[in-house]
Design a protein around this ligand. Structure first.
Ligand SMILES: [Fe+2]
Length: 312
């Protein structure tokens, strides 16, 4: 079989999410050496013959330390060098966006990869577990999508703009996802890639494929009762191929380790309710209702304190 010309070859994205790295040699929840987990994931992914871009969708650091971001950048750039591809990263609820940006540059941005337009938007709301996009971010997205790109567009962000499967994650969703969907209707956006859930999920919203990558740090047990939050050991990543016609093929990859499936935590419904109350959407939705009008989301994003959040 002959090799297809490079232009017909799908654009291949290696997506990593929720690495939750820490500085000072510390471990995630004192249980998982996330730097070692990332090493395992990257050495597994290194066998891919070609990758056109590495996309990292938030919760890259767990503690927001500059050391954690420097470690991540060094590790990602080392593997990206073998494919001569860029690293495109944005921030999640555990990240400290200003510290991230001192190491990686802007968390929002747009990059053309062989005709595929990849837009990154940070959904970080400092001090909270839910995510939000400001009116200015949505305006900028609409502007970037105004003219079609040859291979269409992909949006990379941390909080998936689709419903979560557990009570805790439902409290930590993206605020008002419909405002995002309203702005991309009729554009060439065909794929959204996200993280945050710590489990793979692929669904569609209209014509758009929404793909959530497995986490590097741990795995949410999707078979647990939805009012609990249970996580086990296990790491993965996603390979996303975008064909010349814009069709996305999503390949979630599990990286095997000897202690896979061992329980890390199993939060009771009461603990879930407490975390949802402290970091979740309810207060934000009430405030948004009270403020109403454009810019309300941006104000909500601006008022919170330093990075914090529950497990995911
Ligand atoms: Fe996370």
């Amino acid at each position: 079989m002959s090799t297809p010309p490079a232009e017909q070859r799908p654009v291949r994205i290696l997506q990593l999410s929720d690495t939750h790295l820490l500085g000072g040699g510390r471990w995630h929840r004192d249980q998982v050496d996330t730097t070692a987990a990332l090493e395992r994931v990257l050495s597994h992914a290194a066998s891919l013959a070609h990758v056109d871009a590495i996309v990292a969708t938030g919760d890259l650091s767990d503690d927001g330390s500059v050391e954690s971001y420097r470690t991540l950048r060094r590790m990602l750039e080392a593997v990206a060098a073998q494919w001569d591809c860029p690293v495109l990263a944005t921030t999640g609820n555990h990240d400290d966006r200003p510290v991230f940006e001192t190491v990686f540059g802007p968390a929002d941005g747009v990059t053309d990869i062989r005709g595929l337009r990849i837009v990154r938007l940070s959904t970080t709301v400092a001090g909270r577990g839910y995510g939000a996009l400001s009116g200015a971010q949505l305006d900028s997205l609409a502007e970037q999508l105004r003219e079609p790109s040859r291979r269409g567009s992909m949006l990379a962000l941390h909080h998936p703009p689709v419903p979560a499967r557990t009570a805790l994650l439902a409290a930590l969703e993206l605020l008002e996802p419909q405002s995002l969907w309203d702005r991309v209707t009729g554009t060439d956006l065909h794929t959204v890639v996200a993280g945050h859930f710590h489990h793979a999920l692929v669904t569609t919203v209209g014509q758009v494929t929404v793909a959530v990558a497995p986490a590097v740090a741990n795995s949410t047990d999707v078979t647990a009762p939805s009012d609990r939050e249970r996580a086990v050991r296990g790491s993965g990543y996603a390979v996303i191929d975008i064909a010349a016609n814009g069709i996305a093929t999503v390949l979630p990859v599990r990286v095997p380790a000897p202690d896979d499936g061992v329980e890390l935590f199993d939060l009771s419904p009461a603990e879930v309710a407490r975390l949802a109350d402290e970091y979740g959407l309810l207060g934000a939705q009430a405030a948004l209702g009270a403020q109403a009008g454009p810019g309300a989301q941006a104000e909500l994003g601006a008022q919170a304190g330093p990075a914090a959040g529950p497990s995911q």
